[in-house]
Ligand binder design. Structure first.
Ligand code: IMP
Length: 199
């Protein structure tokens, strides 16, 4: 059976973050009805895998099994070359329970100084997974490469955006017009791959 998503299908977005569910609807050009897992009362699974793709698949499979519907999940984060890929899948967790990204960015800077390395290369990754309740699943990964700057600049983005300058650009993701960020981001690249795979 080919894995094809028909327009108008209802998908469960495996996120408890209403902002993320909205972003998924926008990135899918309104082609699908989206129900947020949080609004269905589905519990969030522990993210026990060691890769972005593993965690995206785990979340999509969990939501598909519990809801009986096709489910979409993402997992994303910032990886720093000189920190052997950290914070990586722990990107959200480095911000602590209060989601303090000023603290998370300070931690990245402190760890970099500790290494003594002057390598500031880093990348964002976005893994997207779609799972069917009866088993099959598709997972893709998009990546954008760049370098870190300290102190951070700009307040237009979220998370680690102020310290990330994508290759070929001078502005950080935090300074950039969101339209430009969305055109080149790891998430946009992952969505392009997902669309090519499923639509
Ligand atoms: P997730 O919700 O487990 O996928 O956590 C992703 C975390 O990675 C977010 O909390 C952000 O800290 C970080 N992250 C992912 N994508 C971006 C981005 O586009 N800009 C800034 N930070 C990001």
């Amino acid at each position: 059976m080919p894995l094809i998503l028909e327009p108008g299908t209802t998908l469960v977005a495996a996120t408890h973050n209403p902002g993320k569910a909205k972003e998924l609807v926008a990135l899918l050009d309104g082609r699908f009805e989206i129900l947020a897992a949080g609004s269905l009362g589905l519990p969030e699974p522990d993210e026990t895998e060691s890769t972005f793709t593993g965690n995206a698949l785990l979340k999509a499979r969990h939501a598909a099994q519990l809801s009986g519907r096709i489910a979409l999940a993402d997992d994303s984060g910032l990886s720093v070359a000189a920190l052997d890929g950290a914070p990586g899948i722990f990107s959200a967790r480095w911000a602590g329970p209060t989601k303090d990204f000023a603290q998370a960015m300070a931690k990245v800077e402190a760890r970099l100084i500790e290494t003594g390395s002057d390598d500031r290369s880093a990348w964002f990754t976005s893994a997207l997974a779609v799972a069917w309740p009866d088993g099959p699943a598709v997972v893709v990964e998009g990546r954008v490469d760049g370098r870190l700057v300290f102190p951070g600049r700009g307040d237009r983005g979220f998370g680690y955006d102020p310290i990330f300058v994508p290759d070929g650009h001078g502005q950080t993701f935090g300074e950039m017009d969101p339209v430009h960020k969305d055109a080149m981001s790891h998430r946009a690249r992952a969505f392009a791959l997902l669309k090519a795979a499923l639509f």
